[in-house]
Design a binder for this molecule. Structure first.
Ligand SMILES: [Mg+2]
Length: 303
């Protein structure tokens, strides 16, 4: 049974939304990072003590990100520098999921990755062959690449647009993306173009649709997360700030989910969401993820 609290949360001019806290502990805790644990380079309220408490309670933890411009070691270093000690094997992002899928399904493919160095390095380390010769390329990967340029677009075009594509035939190379995000949000309300912009550029000039991606909300990412945790979906809770990625992925897998209102989703947005889009739990701050009995035992306050 969930207990509903009538305490309004969110900004002063937003309609109130009821906080719904879990009344149980879970074996595994999966967290989105930006907007959930930190915002930019600042930890969000309660994140540090929550992670510390969950470790003390011997819970399994995993941090997820769609962002392929850093690898797990960089995320672990960032968390550690912010005051949440973490190791690379506690981080799963689209560098890992994309590389994993290629190794699993196309291990002998020659790949052209429109990507920054962390993904390029992971693909090389996994033994995949990288090339920028369209005649050699079997797979084009679009990603969040801040070094994107016309030369890369031309290579993708040439790889996907050989001879019979114009006549309705299949392109020779396959076309996938790391993640579906349109932009990466910044703390000041601005942002920068993400992988969807690169996908759109390639689709616009070739007419070839991107086949799939390996980030939230695709179930592939959660499947790998559960493998890493060694737990079934129902024994874990996914906590994040986006209904259409974090929460949708958990719901599709039958995993309990918690929306935290410290990032992308305002209480007003949540009020307009359908029942099918909503999370099991709603938190005004991430450390409300522990049951209230434990919160009290730990002597926590919301200040
Ligand atoms: Mg987020």
């Amino acid at each position: 049974m969930r207990r509903r609290y009538n305490r309004p949360v969110g900004l002063p001019h937003q309609p109130p939304v009821s906080v719904v806290r879990p009344e149980r502990l879970f074996a595994g805790y999966i967290f989105d990072l930006d907007g959930t644990i930190y915002l930019g380079d600042s930890l969000l309220p309660g994140a540090q003590r929550l992670i510390h408490a969950l470790r003390q309670l011997n819970r399994r933890l995993l941090f997820l990100s769609n962002n392929p411009t850093k690898d797990p070691a960089a995320y672990a270093a960032k968390l550690t520098s912010l005051g949440i000690p973490a190791t690379p094997d506690e981080v799963l992002n689209t560098v890992v999921t994309t590389t994993h899928w290629l190794r699993q399904h196309l291990p002998t493919a020659t790949v052209f990755a429109i990507a920054e160095e962390p993904l390029q390095r992971a693909l090389r380390d996994a033994g995949l062959r990288l090339s920028d010769d369209p005649a050699q390329i079997d797979v084009v990967i679009a990603s969040y690449d801040r070094t994107f340029e016309y030369r890369k677009l031309q290579i993708a075009f040439d790889s996907l647009w050989p001879s019979d594509t114009a006549r309705g035939g299949k392109p020779r190379a396959r076309f996938v993306a790391t993640n579906p995000d349109r932009y990466c949000p910044f703390p000041d309300g601005r942002g920068e173009p993400d992988a969807a912009a690169i996908v759109a550029a390639i689709e616009a000039c070739t007419g070839v649709r991107c086949e799939r991606h390996f980030g939230k909300p695709d179930p592939y990412m959660l499947t790998i997360a559960l493998d890493l945790l060694g737990l079934p979906a129902q024994d874990c809770v996914m906590t994040g700030d986006r209904l259409y990625t974090d929460i949708r992925m958990a719901r599709d897998a039958g995993m309990p989910s918690a929306l935290v209102l410290t990032g992308d989703t305002s209480s007003e947005t949540l009020q307009h969401a359908s029942a099918a889009e909503r999370s099991d739990y709603v938190l005004d701050r991430v450390d409300a993820l522990v049951p209230e009995t434990i919160w009290r035992d730990l002597g926590w306050t919301a200040d």
